[in-house]
Design a protein around this ligand. Structure first.
Ligand code: DQA
Length: 148
């Protein structure tokens, strides 16, 4: 099983960027945590970050046919990128949208996500743990785990 973990614009700056909001972990640290979780769960994690909307869409188009699900933090693309939304929807894969910060507790414009309607679910405000929770949930569902 393969899960794509995608981070959008400015998330390469984690660890430097507004730590009070986004935490002190860097993107390589976050990717390492998810890789370790992937090993525990027995799934391959393919991580990708870009500041370019087009490159993210190219990545999705190239890799989705080999993948089983997508975890994505689209950064500010969350709030306006209909082309990213279409690319994600076109994959037919389950998508979990993750935000480090609570997008509902910040500026008004952040409270709208154009991605959420095509996502299986959204995790917002749980910091790096949100990615781990999203990954475990996605893999649990894909494996058909029951709650007993
Ligand atoms: C973010 C929230 C977005 O509004 C912002 O533009 C980001 C990061 C988050 O992880 O909290 O770049 O997606």
């Amino acid at each position: 099983m393969k899960i794509l973990v995608i981070n959008g614009p400015n998330l390469n700056m984690l660890g430097k960027r507004n730590k009070a909001i986004y935490g002190d972990k860097t993107l390589p640290q976050l990717d390492a945590v998810l890789k370790k979780q992937g090993e525990r769960l027995g799934v391959d994690i393919v991580s990708f970050q870009s500041n370019s909307e087009g490159k993210i869409i190219d990545f999705i188009q190239t890799h989705s046919s080999q993948a089983d699900g997508i975890i994505i933090n689209p950064g500010a693309l969350t709030h306006y990128s209909f082309s990213l939304r279409d690319a994600l929807a076109d994959t037919g894969l389950p998508v979990i949208e993750v935000h480090l910060s609570n997008i509902y507790a910040r500026e008004d414009w952040r409270a709208e996500s154009v991605i959420a309607p095509i996502a299986k679910g959204q995790i917002s405000g749980l910091g790096w743990r949100g990615y781990v929770a999203g990954l475990r949930t996605l893999v649990g569902e894909l494996k058909g785990e029951t709650w007993e």
